[in-house]
Write a new protein. Structure first.
Length: 205
């Protein structure tokens, strides 16, 4: 749409900002903006303030890189979690997916992505060094490589295996109940839970 199709520059600017979000086209952005306009000023103010506070005050756990309200997330702070098992995931959504299975009692490490040369993402762009530091410090008996079963996920698994196997932890991967090419966050809870419980040594995957 050109500016002449909008009755207001303010409206166009708001639509432009909403349409920068993933999966939001201009028509959807327009509907969202119009919905906000129909709300009262207090509701809109709360909406705006929540986004600003999210951006300015959110923390990334200094242990595992999970999103948190504090410097250390609730999972890493939970004394009931088994800190000798680290589940390595791509992103925050994968932590949420695994937690929803209620099958896992260890801790996590969020890489912040996976190795993808096509997208210009290499090992140095991910939180791999901090993972190695956690393993090197001792007390880790198992590392679960719970990355998406895509080519990029498998490439990252192999890189991590070569990097971390020198410290002699058991390195496992999810059972192939998760279909080849699936992204972890979209796998149903029962399948994901079974894949987690029936994980295999990485060498056999």
């Amino acid at each position: 749409m050109s500016f002449t199709e909008y009755p207001s520059r303010l409206l166009e600017n708001a639509v432009n900002e909403f349409s920068t979000l993933p999966g939001i086209g201009r028509k959807t952005a327009f509907r969202l903006v119009m919905s906000l306009l129909r709300r009262n000023s207090e509701d809109v103010r709360k909406f705006g303030e929540s986004i600003i506070k999210l951006h300015e005050e959110i923390h990334y756990c200094r242990v595992c890189n999970n999103i948190s309200d504090d410097e250390i997330c609730s999972i890493c702070n939970d004394n009931k979690r088994d800190r000798s098992i680290i589940c390595v995931v791509e992103n925050i959504q994968d932590v949420m997916a695994i937690e929803n299975t209620h099958q896992y009692k260890g801790v996590y490490h969020v890489l912040g992505g996976i190795i993808s040369p096509v997208d210009g993402i290499g090992p140095s762009d991910l939180k791999i060094d901090s993972l190695e530091e956690r393993v090197q410090s001792g007390g880790v008996r198992e590392i679960i490589l719970a990355l998406s079963t895509t080519m990029e996920g498998d490439t990252t698994n192999f890189y991590l295996f070569k990097k971390l196997s020198r410290y002699n932890p058991l390195i496992t991967t999810l059972a192939r109940g998760v279909a080849i090419g699936d992204e972890l966050e979209y796998t149903d809870e029962i399948t994901l839970g079974r894949a987690l419980n029936n994980r295999n040594p990485y060498q056999q995957s």
